[in-house]
Write a protein that binds this ligand. Structure first.
Ligand SMILES: Nc1ncnc2c1ncn2[C@@H]1O[C@H](COP(=O)(O)OP(=O)(O)OP(=O)(O)O)[C@@H](O)[C@H]1O
Ligand SMILES: [Mg+2]
Length: 322
């Protein structure tokens, strides 16, 4: 088996714009990443760096104001960006499950929660309604929902935030996908519930061998859940590689600043920020997008965009000085 066979997902040079001129933003500017089966990859980066846009692109769930300009997203041997909508629907929820923040707005208020999970299972597996219902109840049970038989018949508004998030995860996992995408899956839940929901996701993906693409602002969560990390800034990837290696010795000055801020933040319980502002993405930045805030920046950084280059096994960095 060559390396190519061992790739589950490969995003290649993805460019996405959002909105219309003069407000059009170059949200993703050449994002590439790869995932192997069973890999747990975290995406980190400041607010607005393009983490959500990258995740939404995979299943073509971008908002209608977004346009994909170029690039490819290979899932196994098919390019998801080129797949007819009908074939994509067969991948969504079956091969790839998604969990977003705020399950209560994602669930349909008009139908019992169990019915919504059963419908996903039925659509993909073509089983009888009662079989799908039993599967939905069993999956709610797996997600630690007490009295799942009764809870399955309840409506979303009868669920707490934490329960709704578990139900959303049940829906994402009911068909045993090979990849779970989770974008801030526990934001807004209280801390104990957050830990429980994250454990649930972690244990499930490890037990089933599914890959996980996890987005979180909380670097401690990423460190607990993931084996590898992608660092995004201003719509591009500035560093990627094994999590331990990058957290112990970040090579990009941006990654370093991000990790230092997080450390300060945890100790002080005050918000720490990297000095300076993220670039205005209505224009393409010239040179390195982090140059204006970077302590190492030199003339070349303001002139030439650094490309990702390999500096170790699976470790890549885009910096003229790394
Ligand atoms: N609905 C929208 N309309 C216009 N621009 C948008 C919209 N959503 C996002 N953007 C822009 O796209 C870029 C990437 O946003 P994205 O939501 O992917 O960032 P993010 O890394 O997920 O941030 P956060 O950590 O806050 O969730 C940003 O510049 C943002 O301003
Ligand atoms: Mg986001």
């Amino acid at each position: 088996m060559n390396d190519h066979d061992n790739i589950l997902l490969r995003m290649e040079d993805l460019h996405v714009d959002v909105g219309q001129p003069p407000h059009r933003v170059h949200a993703l500017r050449g994002v590439s990443l790869t995932m192997k089966p069973g890999q747990r990859l975290g995406i980190i980066g400041e607010s607005g760096s393009g983490k959500t846009m990258a995740a939404l692109s995979i299943l073509r769930l971008l908002p209608p104001t977004a346009t994909t300009l170029r690039g490819a997203i290979w899932y196994r041997s098919q390019n998801l960006l080129a797949l007819p909508e009908e074939r994509l629907r067969a991948v969504r929820g079956k091969e790839i499950g998604v969990v977003f923040q705020n399950a209560l707005t994602a669930l349909n208020p008009l139908f019992p929660v169990g019915r919504q999970i059963a419908d996903v299972y039925r659509f993909h597996e073509g089983v009888a309604a009662d079989v799908a219902w039993d599967k939905a109840v069993a999956t709610l049970d797996d997600m630690g929902i007490p009295d799942p038989q009764r809870r399955a018949r309840a409506y979303p508004h009868q669920y707490s935030g934490g329960m709704a998030q578990r139900a959303m995860i049940a829906m994402a996992l009911v068909c045993s996908p090979s990849l779970l995408i989770a974008d801030e899956p526990t934001t807004g839940l209280d801390l104990t519930i957050q830990a429980q929901v994250l454990d649930l996701i972690h244990d499930h993906v490890v037990a089933s061998g599914a890959a996980l693409l996890l987005i979180s602002h909380d670097l401690a969560v990423i460190a607990d859940m993931c084996t590898d990390v992608v660092v995004m800034y201003a719509g591009e990837v500035l560093e990627t590689g094994p999590l331990r290696e990058i957290f112990a010795a970040p090579k990009s000055p941006y990654t370093k600043a991000l990790i230092e801020c997080f450390g300060v933040n945890v100790q002080d319980r005050r918000l720490a920020y990297i000095a300076g502002r993220v670039p205005d993405l209505r224009q393409e930045p010239v040179g390195c997008s982090f140059a204006a805030r970077c302590p190492l920046a030199d003339a070349i950084c303001r002139r030439e965009r650094p490309l990702l280059r390999q500096i170790g096994a699976n470790h890549e960095v885009a910096c003229h000085f790394a």
